[in-house]
Design a protein around this ligand. Sequence first.
Ligand code: Z5A
Length: 213
Amino acid sequence: MNSKFIVIEGLEGAGKTNATAQVVNILRQQGIHDVVFTREPGGTPLAEALRQLIKEGVDDEPVTDRAELLMLYAARVQLVEGIIKPALARGAWVIGDRHDLSSQAYQGGGRGIDVRLLQTLRAAFLGNFRPDLTLYLDIPQDMGLVRARARGKLDRIEIESLAFFDRTRARYQALAAEDERIVTIDATQPLSVVNSAIRTCLTQWLRIQEFSP
Ligand code: Z5A
C-alpha cells in the first residue's frame, strides 16, 4: 500500500491523543511500522515557535483574526513542505494531530473569517494536497472542557466563549457531512466504544485502499 496521510481532528478534549495511539496500533497490526507524527500548529522548530506565538501572543498586544490565520498557515506550510511531504515521498505514513480542517472550523466557523479567503489561502499554499483520511472526533465543547481543562492555565484560544466553540463545532460537522474523506466519530462515548469505532472505520478504509489502484 502507498503511504497515506491520516489526520485526527476535533475540539479540545475530544480525545485526539488517544485516537492517535489507536490508529498507530491498528497500522502496526497491519504491518505498517514507518509512521511519522505531526501536530498543528507545530512540528518543526519554526512551526513550534509560531505555535507559541499563536497560543500565547506577545505581551498584551491583541492578535487580529487574519494575523492568527496567517501564522497558522505559515506553520502549516513549513510542516507540509519540510516534514509531511518528504515523509510521504520516502514511503512513511503520516498521522497528523490537526491539519487544515482546523483552520476551516476554528478560523472559518469560530472567528467568522470569509470562506472565500480560506479557500484562496488553501489553494495558494496547499494546492491539491490534502489528507487521505480524516477522523473527526465530534464532542460538544462543555464535555471536552471537563476532560481537558484539568491541565491548568488556558491559552488565548481556549479562553474563547462557548458560542465560539459552538460555531467551530457546527463548521466541523458541516464540512464532515459534505466530504467522504472525513469520517465522524461520536467522541462522547466511553473510550472503549470510541476505540472500537476507530478500529471499524480504519480497518474498512485500509481494506479499500489495499484494493484500489
Ligand atoms: N487551532 C486553530 O484555531 N486553527 C488551526 O488551524 C489549528 C489549531 C491547527 C491547538 O491547541 C489549538 O490551536 C486549539 C485549536 C487551535 N485550540 N483550542 N482550543 P492544542 O494542540 O494545545 O490543543 P488541542 O488540539 O485542543 O488538544 P487537547 O486539548 O489536548 O485535546 P485532545 O488531544 O483531543 O484531548 P486528549 O488529551 O486526547 O484528551 C483529554 C483528556 O480526556 C485525557 O485525559 C483523556 O484521557 C480523556 N479522554 C479522551 N477521550 C475520552 C473518552 N472517550 N472518555 C473519557 N475520557 C476521555
